[in-house]
Design a protein around this ligand. Structure first.
Ligand SMILES: NC(=O)c1ccc[n+]([C@@H]2O[C@H](COP(=O)([O-])OP(=O)(O)OC[C@H]3O[C@@H](n4cnc5c(N)ncnc54)[C@H](OP(=O)(O)O)[C@@H]3O)[C@@H](O)[C@H]2O)c1
Length: 337
């Protein structure tokens, strides 16, 4: 009897602790998604002073389209000079012109480097090193990314698509960060008031292991652990390092054009990232990670706190979802041919 009552008490305490933890996380999640003030980028060196010499630089990869392009606009608006790194030179020239037109009067300078990350050429990374030599960088956005053209089983994945996904999402992100980081550390150590920031684009494709997108899913899961580990290393150097989680966003990659409650435009999504830097949003259970868009945040929170992102039920639902996307994509292809 004595043993039973100890057991009941223990279970009650455990249950109460779990309920309290859930309640605490829910309140935090809602405050961060809906109430708390936007991040002040002055701490990363963003300034409205119109002297461009006094401005710090933000480097954005995959900047010529979609989410990356909006990062470039968002960071210029927050008072950074912007270095655009991406593949298609004509798009970079156009974006540079538009950014200077919009923010040039506020002293914002824009530079660019065109490189194809899939080629993994030493000469491109040497050119990046040269590009940043006289710039003080405090913000790096590792945004460049590639997914599968359409959902496909691992065995049927085209060899080039498989290699490109890993080279662009992983190798290029690591090589770029290795080049930019010493510059960022120096910029931060020269001015004790300024911090550094590294944002790396993760994905719900890795938050939920995603059948029929296995290589993409694995590449983004790699970035999750790499970024979180790096964040531990960089704290003492005054550099914040965040993995940014996102469900679908309208873009060339997602092939979705119309936004919905669950699928924001790149502009809406990037605003939530830049306003929410330092908040976990829907990613309450993991360090140095943010799910900042409100509907993505609630989605992440509910799945994690109920079935769990790694549950077999979620995996099965994901498989069904991707099977149906694949069959629609194949029908569309067949119509075109
Ligand atoms: N859209 C979504 O639903 C979604 C969801 C979760 C996570 N994400 C992540 O968000 C990031 C941005 O995605 P997005 O939707 O904005 O993609 P996007 O519209 O396809 O834009 C990709 C950007 O990366 C550049 N890029 C692609 N391949 C390149 C290469 N080989 N070398 C250099 N640059 C290259 C593109 O340049 P070009 O203009 O030359 O093509 C473009 O600027 C990715 O990391 C993606 O995984 C997206």
């Amino acid at each position: 009897m004595g043993l039973l009552s100890v057991l009941y008490k223990g279970l009650f305490i455990l249950g109460a602790a779990k309920v309290f933890q859930l309640f605490f996380r829910l309140i935090q999640c809602c405050l961060q998604l809906f109430v708390l003030p936007a991040t002040n980028f002055a701490k990363y060196g963003g300034t409205k002073k119109s002297n461009s010499q006094k401005k710090y630089w933000a480097c954005v990869t995959g900047a010529s389209d979609g989410i990356g392009k909006e990062y470039a606009y968002g960071l210029a608006a927050r008072g950074f000079n912007v270095l655009l790194v991406s593949r298609t030179e004509s798009k970079l020239v156009e974006l540079q012109k538009n950014l200077v037109q919009k923010y040039g009067s506020q002293g914002v300078e824009v530079d660019y480097l065109s490189m194809d990350c899939a080629q993994n050429k030493d000469a491109d990374y040497a050119a990046l090193k040269d590009k940043i030599a006289n710039k003080k960088i405090t913000v790096l956005v590792n945004n460049v990314g590639l997914s599968h053209d359409i959902p496909v089983s691992f065995l049927d994945t085209d060899e080039k698509e498989m290699n490109d996904i890993i080279t662009i999402n992983n190798v290029s992100t690591l090589r770029t960060t290795k080049i930019v980081l010493p510059n960022m550390m120096e910029s931060v150590s020269q001015n004790g008031d300024v911090k550094g920031l590294i944002l790396t684009m993760g994905s719900f494709g890795a938050l939920f292991p995603s059948p029929l997108l296995a290589t993409y899913s694995g590449s983004k899961a790699f970035l999750q652990n790499w970024s979180s580990a790096l964040s531990g290393e960089l704290k003492e150097h005054g550099i914040d390092c965040e993995l940014v989680l996102s469900y679908l966003v309208t873009s060339k990659m997602s092939k979705i054009r119309r936004s919905t409650v669950l699928i924001p435009t790149p502009k809406q999504f990037v605003r939530s990232v830049l306003d929410g830097c330092g908040y976990r949003g829907g990613a309450q259970e993991r360090m140095s990670t943010m799910t900042p868009y409100w509907s993505h945040g609630l989605y992440h929170f509910v799945v994690e706190e109920t079935y769990g992102c790694y549950s077999s039920l979620v995996n099965m639902i994901n498989l069904k979802f991707h099977k149906s996307i694949r069959s629609r994509a194949l029908k569309k292809r067949a119509k075109k041919n």
